[in-house]
Ligand binder design. Structure first.
Ligand code: NAD
Ligand code: SAH
Length: 415
């Protein structure tokens, strides 16, 4: 039995699902394969995802493949209650409410897992972490899982290195068809979508500071530039810092950027990127948000401690903190992922690719259940190419093929 906020919200959720499905040709083609082959017959799948329309479409596709599916949220602010209501009508069991407290959020993870999954689909590592800490009795039944995001994979590799990982995990984010598009173009577009919805301010002419020039940071900086901002990048990796410089951005430490920025977006996967010593340098009206990892990149707890007062922002998700120097700075979405907590996350076509990899990854686990090793496993190239081909076909694009002579030439070494 699902645990959702309000089943009567289903009509608006259904509209969102059918809109998403319309623009998800890859998942539609994977669904057709699944309906034919039923790769998950007799299997149970637990997923932890941003519970909005595209994730809901993925769950229904897994179900069409014969799986019994349970899903919970992976971020208390990204769950959309109307989507949960519509998804629950399909027979997928849904455990999430928008704005869940930490205790409710955890209880929903437990409910999602307690039926004993064979496959887990994780985003950020909550399911894997719960299975390896408080629900270890379920570990022997798990054939394997897929992890969606960069930070989740960093944690899995740490578990693997310590010998703690107890079932195989496919690292979806490592697929080129994931991070090239989802992290870069998805986060690039959706972060500005979230910021613009919340602030209603112009970006052109503003000083935007992007912390981290990885896949997400590149996309956020690129789209800020496209909107007319002057962009500064902060980094800790000297090569990435040079890449940002050659891409045309100013590069400097956060200690200096703090004085300069009008809008700050973090995308590092690290903690304390903007912290106490930076807050007192910020301009009055500076806007802080995060598109990277959880709510620790901007040290919101530290900001709350030093603030001497509050100023009401434009909505509940725009909070003003009055500093001892009399300036006010604003934090968007409580420092959680601004693109998901204040928007619908990545655009539909982007999640179509990411979730096609998830669906095919889950199938890979089912098909190879006897032979997978207990470790982090990169998504096989065949899945990456399969997704790219499906995407090209859906876009009506064709590409060249090597001739036999070209193949031979590329393999030769004699002068
Ligand atoms: P990445 O490893 O490609 O990039 C992270 C970059 O941050 C690196 O270049 C690293 O050197 C830099 N960095 C680390 N600590 C730093 C610090 N203290 N100051 C400045 N720079 C620092 O990772 P990515 O794929 O870009 O992902 C970044 C984060 O975003 C991860 O936590 C990931 O899980 C998350 N993510 C979010 C979304 C979303 O929808 N918002 C999408 C994909 C990934
Ligand atoms: N659960 C953590 C981990 C980061 S989420 C947290 O909430 O802080 C980052 C992942 O969200 C990305 O890898 C991306 O694939 C996924 N994502 C982005 N937009 C999404 C959307 N619209 N629907 C579902 N997942 C989305």
């Amino acid at each position: 039995m699902s645990d959702i906020k309000d089943p009567s919200l289903a009509p608006s959720g259904r509209r969102k699902l059918s809109w998403a499905r319309r623009y998800m040709p890859l998942l539609k083609s994977v669904e057709a394969d699944f309906l034919r082959d039923k790769p998950f017959a007799g299997l149970k799948i637990s997923a932890s995802l941003h519970l909005e329309a595209k994730s809901a479409v993925l769950c229904t596709v897994l179900q069409k493949g014969g799986a019994q599916v349970r899903v919970c949220g992976c971020n208390p602010l990204s769950t959309q209650d109307d989507v949960c209501a519509a998804l629950a009508e399909t027979g997928v069991e849904v455990f999430s409410h928008y704005g869940d407290s930490p205790e409710e959020y955890e209880r929903h993870i437990v409910r999602c897992l307690e039926f004993g999954p064979h496959i887990v689909i994780d985003d950020g590592g909550d399911l894997v972490s719960m299975l390896h800490s408080r629900m270890t009795d379920l570990l022997p039944g798990v054939l394997g899982g897929c992890e969606e995001t960069t930070t989740g994979i960093i944690r899995l590799r740490a578990m693997e290195a310590q010998g703690a990982l107890r079932f195989p995990m496919l690292t979806v984010n490592d697929a080129r068809c994931k991070h090239f598009f989802d992290n870069r173009y998805g986060t690039g577009q959706s972060s500005w979508d979230g910021i613009n919805r919340l602030t209603n301010l112009v970006v052109a002419g503003k000083n935007v500071v992007v912390a981290g020039y990885g896949w997400c940071g590149r996309g956020i900086a690129m789209r800020a530039k496209g909107l007319g901002a002057r962009v500064t990048v902060t980094e800790i990796d000297p090569v990435k810092a040079l890449e940002a410089m050659m891409d045309g951005y100013e590069v400097m430490p956060m200690d200096r950027a703090a004085e300069k920025g009008d809008i700050f977006v973090t995308a590092t996967g690290c903690r304390d990127v903007i912290t106490r010593r930076h807050f007192l340098k910020l301009k009055d009206g500076a806007i802080l948000c995060n598109s990277g990892h959880f709510n620790v990149e901007v040290d919101v707890a530290g900001l709350e401690k030093i603030a001497v007062g509050r100023e009401e922002g434009r909505s509940e998700l725009v909070k003003g903190y009055v500093l001892p120097n009399g300036r006010t700075v604003f934090v968007l979405s409580e420092g959680r992922l601004v693109n998901l907590a204040s928007g619908d996350g990545h655009p539909v076509e982007i999640m179509d690719m990411s979730f096609a990899i998830q669906a095919l990854g889950a199938r890979y686990i089912a098909d190879h259940r006897e032979s997978l090793e207990t470790k982090c496993i990169e998504i096989p190239d065949e899945i990456d190419y399969d997704v790219a081909r499906r995407r090209l076909a859906a876009s009506g694009m064709e590409i060249d093929t090597l001739t036999r002579e070209q193949e031979k030439y590329l393999r030769s070494w004699e002068i």
